[in-house]
Every structure is written in C-alpha cells, then in structure tokens.
Design a protein. Structure first.
Length: 201
C-alpha cells in the first residue's frame, strides 16, 4: 500500500506573524517539509489576482518526503532489481516541489526522472541531480544545444527534430575534441533519445 505524500493542508489565520516577509496578493500553495510542523513558507509562492481577498486563501500543504521515498522503494521492490524506475516530476512535481521530490524518489530507488520541458530538466541538473532525465513533451529544434549540454533525453517524433539534435551532439563532440588538442581524443558522447511513434491510435 502506498503512503499519502500530502500529510495535511493548513489554513493560516489573517495577520499570521510568519507571513511578514511575504507580499500580499499571493497564495502559498505548497511547502516542503521533512518534519511535520516545521514548514518553510517560502517554498512556493504563486501570484494571485489582485481582486481576490487573500487573507481567506492563505494555505499550505506539508509534503511528506519520507512517504515519497518509501513509495519509490515499494515500487522498485515490486518491479525487481533489474527494472528501472522512472518518477515523473513535471510541473514542479505536480505542485509538491520538483527538486526535493526528485531527491526523495531517488533515495527510494528511482533511477530515472521525467519532466515535460527542457527547462525543467535543466533546473534539475542545476540542482545537482545526475540520473537520466526524460523530456516527455515536444522539444523545439532550437532547444537541441541545451539538451545536449545538460545531457537530457529528448522525445523525438520528427526528422527535423532528430537532425537538429544530431547536429548539436556532433558540434558538442567536435568542441570537446578541440579543447583537448594534443591529448587523447575523448570518447564521443552519444545522445540517448526516446522515439515516439504515431501508430494511428
């Protein structure tokens, strides 16, 4: 049985002292916390329409990262040691906090992460996360250099997209080779891709 990752949702009373540094016209949607009751309110602040009375709407949800890690471990155990486990953390991990949720899932045995856009994958890389990251959504050919640079795995569904990715990977390898002139040439980096096939369904 899987554990609930959302421990509880709390409502803040108007004028709560903990909100003195937060501008009005905001709603706190999620706050990541390992220990119930020790939430950090600045985790995710989403602007709201000025005409909405915010005093009534200030809430936060405490996300139990231990439950997420335990769920990943349960799924990994059920799938077996030879199976890879991919955890989807797109859209800020569905509002739960992308980086901490990804880290918790990896602690539990996740071997892949999945996002929707290249920018999300780059954000995970900048946070120091090293596992393979699949980009599930369409990537523009203009995103190819960033995809190669940050070692993301794109979903490919068109020839122009494949050609752009190939050109970016070749350029990256040539750049690496020229950077070590006079030394042994580095092993060419290969770009893994996920091929999306339209079967007509």
């Amino acid at each position: 049985m899987l554990n609930l990752s959302t421990r509880r949702v709390r409502r803040l009373p108007p004028g709560n002292a903990e909100l003195t540094s937060v501008r009005t016209r905001t709603i706190l949607v999620v706050c990541v916390s390992r220990t119930p009751g020790s939430a950090v309110l600045a985790a995710c602040v989403i602007p709201w329409r000025a005409e909405v009375p915010t005093d009534d709407l200030l809430t936060w949800a405490e996300i139990d990262l231990d439950a997420i890690a335990a769920n990943a471990a349960s799924l990994k155990a059920a799938a077996g040691s030879k199976a890879a486990l991919m955890v989807t953390v797109k859209a800020n991990a569905y509002g739960h906090g992308m980086e901490p949720v990804a880290m918790a899932a990896m602690e539990g045995g996740a071997t892949w992460l999945a996002v929707h856009r290249p920018a999300e994958g780059i954000r995970l890389r900048e946070a120091g996360l090293a596992p393979p990251i699949l980009i599930m959504g369409y990537t523009l050919p203009s995103d190819s250099e960033d995809i190669v640079k940050w070692e993301l795995t794109p979903t490919v569904n068109s020839r122009p997209q494949a050609l752009a990715l190939s050109a970016a990977a070749i350029a990256r390898n040539q750049s690496r080779a020229s950077a070590v002139a006079g030394k042994a040439a580095p092993q060419p980096a290969l770009l893994p891709v996920h091929v999306k096939v339209d079967t007509g369904m």
